[in-house]
Design a protein around this ligand. Structure first.
Ligand code: PAF
Length: 281
């Protein structure tokens, strides 16, 4: 049985014995609406730690659009059942006031320009909200290791930058994006797609696969143009498709180096993101 903890005091009481023993604590922060991608994070945490804590908190500070926040899927009963199946020891359901009481160093931590492009450009304030909540959650849970999905590639780079700038003692582990059998990246937001939109959303995977399959055969510009063309021919509304350096997230100059191709587009009213890592030969 997973133990549900609904306040910081309950969390502290539950984790105190483990903190005292120096037990390895694996932490999976989420916004709920759990899917197989989250299960893979819990699985990785379970395999490498003595106890696993999962948090569920839909963080208003990382939504630049309040309608998007309101519509974010909330499936708490199913999430708790999923955590139990995965053998999670503690499910933490923090509250806003306890997470965000007082000033936080995360409000000013430098993000080394990693938050400027892509999601940062399209969703002002999003990554500041992410680092604030992740910092607060790390502060509450005090984990040895925290697990994040590579689907949020830019988020992962920014969380690593925050951990490094603030010299936090937590290790960050990234887990590969999980895909549906037809290639669509698993995402909580997929729950909001109609059946038709769900089919149309596949064009993102097709565009990324095009780049992967022609990587080293075409120039970055040709790759991006042709992939954008595929999306333009669909019903999706493209926000960006960029080939960037996996470390700096700056646009790559040529394909002699490794890169990540990142895409964001609206499928109906639902904003979807995806990416693929492209390794140099
Ligand atoms: O990736 C997410 O689900 C969220 O951005 C996170 C890391 C849980 C912070 O709210």
């Amino acid at each position: 049985m997973s133990v549900i903890l609904s306040s910081k005091a309950q969390l502290e009481q539950a984790l105190n014995p483990y903190w005292k023993q120096g037990a390895r604590i694996g932490f999976v922060p989420t916004m709920g609406a759990l899917h197989a991608g989250h299960c893979s994070l819990m699985h990785a945490a379970k395999a490498a730690n003595e106890i696993v804590v999962l948090s569920i908190f839909v963080n208003p500070r990382q939504f630049n659009d309040s309608a998007d926040f309101d519509k974010y899927p909330r499936t708490l009963t199913a999430d708790i059942a999923c955590a139990e199946t995965e053998g999670v020891d503690f499910v933490y359901l923090p509250n806003y006031d306890e997470l965000f009481s007082g000033h936080s160093v995360a409000s000013e931590v430098p993000l080394n320009g990693l938050d400027v492009s892509m999601e940062g450009a399209s969703r002002p304030g999003h990554f500041r909200g992410v680092v604030e909540v992740v910092y607060a959650l790390f502060d509450h849970v005090n984990p040895s290791t925290a697990y994040f999905g590579q689907k949020d590639f830019q988020q992962l780079a920014i969380i690593r930058a925050m951990v490094s700038s603030l010299k936090l003692s937590v290790s960050i582990v990234s887990c590969p994006t999980l895909r549906e059998p037809d290639g669509l990246a698993m995402s909580s937001r997929n729950l909001r797609l109609s059946n038709i939109e769900r089919q149309e959303a596949l064009v993102l995977y097709k565009a990324l696969s095009f780049v992967r399959d022609h990587w080293q055969k075409l120039t970055p510009e040709e790759l991006m143009n042709q992939a954008k063309h595929l999306i333009a021919a669909s019903t999706l509304r493209l926000d960006y498709l960029l080939l960037v350096d996996p470390n700096t997230l700056l646009p790559i100059a040529n394909n002699a180096q490794s890169a990540v191709v990142c895409v964001a587009a609206y499928c109906g009213a639902v904003r979807l993101i995806d990416n693929m890592l492209l390794l140099a030969d």
